[in-house]
Design a protein around this ligand. Sequence first.
Ligand code: NAP
Ligand code: G4F
Length: 358
Amino acid sequence: MSPASPAPPAGRRALVTGITGQDGSYLAEFLLDRGYEVHGVIRRASTFNTDRIEHLYRDPHEPDARLRLHYGDLTDSSGLRVLLERVQPDEVYNLGAQSHVRVSFDQPEYTADVVALGALRLLEALRDYQARTGREVRFYQAGSSEMFGNAAPPQSEATPFRPRSPYGVAKVYAHLQTVNYREAYGLFAANGILFNHESERRHETFVTRKITRAATRIALGLQTTLYLGNLDARRDWGHAQDYVEAMWLILQHPQPDDFVIATGESRSVREFLDAAFGLLGLDWRGHVVVDPRYFRPAEIDRLEGDASRARAILGWRPRVTFDELVRRMVAHDMELARAERTLRDGGHAVGRRGPARE
Ligand code: NAP
Ligand code: G4F
């Protein structure tokens, strides 16, 4: 915990949308560790989508089970209202999203429905719930550095939003509605503006994990080529575990406010390739092929956050360095590649989900 972290509140209840995602899984761990009862919203799917939280799940019949899962969807207002009534949370973390920037160009309307209107639906449900019950519910909106677009770095809370993707535009809408509900109705509604954060649990279609999965498979002879898009883009990459702590700190602050969360260091995709392949003694130049299908209709050249306000007010700072992030992801994916190699050498058919996309 950061030096300035407040004492963990006992017996509080949190409702988390997007609990099956990268951040949702780390946030659930973090809150359970601090004594919270955690209620997660999951989507009904024909395949299992709870892999990332399987290790946290206990049979709800066990008296000390503190993680509960509920079916719900950010496109379904009535379901969200029922969930608030049922759970009666102290804190709501809205992490649910169609979170892939490239995909948002293919599905702009769906992305806006989930990301922009999803946040609005939740805020409206909260406004109504709070007005009827008189209970204060603290609301966290998962904002993104994607909202800054090509605004000049370093980007801080004072930087204007200039989004360059349907996802970024939808996140700006959710951000502004969160501010609006705070000002118009006095809700404790706060925005985190988080820069890219990655981990061993990152989906394989984001560039960092796409690279660490491919590099380790290449090292073990399971793959030869990695197809990527723009190698010059620069991102401010941190570790997701550090960033979920910031979400919690934002809701423990006495006043609702908006905070940029970032490492302050920007690296290019090339630099990530250098680091990941370098750990394996490989030169990526012999394996990476640029495929324009991964280019975006509009790109953000450089994201580099200034989180000095979060540092001064919340006492938050990232612990995991860029090198440590890459090392952890490569070490994790090397284990997966080794397991795959062993199965193949034993003559077993190995089901991968097909080549990494996007
Ligand atoms: P993620 O791994 O893609 O997880 C997204 C979560 O949202 C999943 O649990 C997903 O459920 C859920 N979801 C998708 N559509 C939904 C819907 N219609 N209704 C309810 N839930 C839905 O994303 P993440 O990296 O953990 O990011 C968490 C949040 O932070 C997102 O809002 C993202 O946009 C934002 N953010 C992320 C970063 C980053 O670098 N990771 C940076 C800034 C902001 P399924 O598992 O069923 O698909
Ligand atoms: O890993 P990415 O797809 O992440 P992106 O677009 O920055 O979005 C992530 O971070 C945002 C915060 O700023 C979040 F809000 C969002 O939800 C998501 O978590 O791409 C990073 C960079 C881009 O410039 C992209 O063009 O990598 C470049 N890139 C190059 N080749 C690629 C690829 N990205 C992907 N996904 N796949 C490629 O093959």
